[in-house]
Design a protein around this ligand. Structure first.
Ligand code: ADP
Ligand code: MG
Length: 341
């Protein structure tokens, strides 16, 4: 199969948008930007074995490649509009491409983002996506807007994706896992096997199919002072807001939201670490003045997604985590740098 056949295969499956004046097929796309909007652009690349396990299903790779980019638009409070797709493929596999597009275009349709171009080359499996979004002038959420006294909030739950990676690694190194005293709780009893298997499947789906918080991000325009999406771990990413805003953050580790599956698979100490430092969450972290609490509660209800207050912005620099006992809390293992990009 030739490069042009692959491009035709992509082209045959895309949905148009009226503001795409010229899409796939020419040297470049032509897009109609509304006169009263600012253009917001983000790009992220996913490499096999680095940003997703090599055994990840093609549809999940397609979903995730777009999801991590939509998450960046969400963090800016931008509305998704157009995207491009740069594919480096080891071979011209029409069946693989179709399954990849199943995931990619499913998520694209949900957010009405149009695929308007890209590039197709042969090489190690790598997927580069660029997204374009629209925002009302001056309403984008930035890292440098936090103010002293702001509440700090996070959407959804933290640590699921990182915990799935830990469990996958331990499953492939069972001897190491049993020797690891702080490892997951995996009871030997057959009766609980099903429950554990379900928990693992749930955690794995959070790794493979992150939910970009696009609608929540849109709702936060004009409500939050600053925002970021959590890709490298909460403490690391909140650190970017602190640096950008020249302030410090105080976070209560016990307030960090978690899923039932995470609590079922790990003890408290390990869970805190995964929530505070694990990567690949793709939740939003934002700051807003306390007068906005009710408004934020309504956004959570409207999107059927928990939004949890985890701390506040103070004078100083850096992120201070506080444990259940009120004393400073530090991650034992120094974060999960190998999960970051
Ligand atoms: P050029 O040589 O001018 O860069 P290409 O042959 O690379 O043209 O691409 C032809 C058309 O197909 C362009 O409109 C390009 O944007 C589009 N395209 C190429 N690869 C992809 C892809 N993976 N997804 C979407 N569009 C693609
Ligand atoms: Mg090209």
């Amino acid at each position: 199969m030739l490069e042009f056949d692959l491009i035709d295969q992509v082209r045959a499956r895309i949905h148009p948008r009226p503001d795409v004046i010229l899409g796939i097929g020419d040297d470049a796309a032509i897009l109609q930007v509304p006169p009263d909007r600012q253009l917001v652009v983000a790009t992220d690349t996913l490499n096999a074995g680095v940003h997703f396990p090599v055994d990840t299903a093609p549809a999940d790779i397609g979903w995730k490649a777009l999801a991590v980019n939509l998450s960046d638009l969400a963090a800016m409070a931008a509305e998704p509009a157009w995207c491009t797709l740069s594919l480096s493929l080891p071979d011209s596999d029409a069946d693989w491409l179709d399954r990849f597009l199943d995931g990619f275009l499913d998520l694209a349709a949900r957010h009405r983002i149009a695929l308007v171009g890209g590039d197709t080359t042969r090489g190690p499996l790598s997927i580069g996506v660029t997204v374009h979004g629209l925002v009302e002038p001056g309403r984008a959420l930035r890292r440098d807007g936090a103010r002293v006294g702001d509440d700090i909030w996070v959407t959804g739950s933290l640590g699921d994706a990182a915990s799935a990676l830990v469990l996958l690694q331990q499953a492939s190194e069972p001897m190491l896992a049993s020797a690891c005293e702080a490892g997951p709780i995996l009871p030997a009893d057959d009766a609980v096997d099903l429950r554990i298997a379900e928990a693992l499947a749930g955690l794995r789906s959070r790794l493979d199919r992150p939910t970009p918080r696009v609608e929540i991000g849109r709702g936060l325009a004009g409500v939050a002072h600053s925002g970021i999406d959590i890709s490298d771990g909460l403490l690391a990413d909140l650190g970017h807001i602190c640096r950008g805003s020249r302030l410090a953050a105080e976070v209560e580790v016990d307030r960090l939201p978690y899923s039932p599956a995470l609590a079922e698979s790990f003890g408290d100490a390990r869970r805190y670490e995964l929530q505070a430092t694990g990567g690949d969450d793709y939740e939003l972290c934002f700051t807003a003045e306390s007068a906005m609490r009710e408004r934020i509660g309504l956004i959570a209800v409207a999107n059927a997604t928990p939004i949890t207050r985890i701390g506040r912005m103070i004078e100083g620099e850096g992120v201070r985590a506080i444990g259940r006992d009120g004393a400073p809390w530090h991650p034992q293992r120094g974060g999960y740098v190998h999960f970051s990009d």
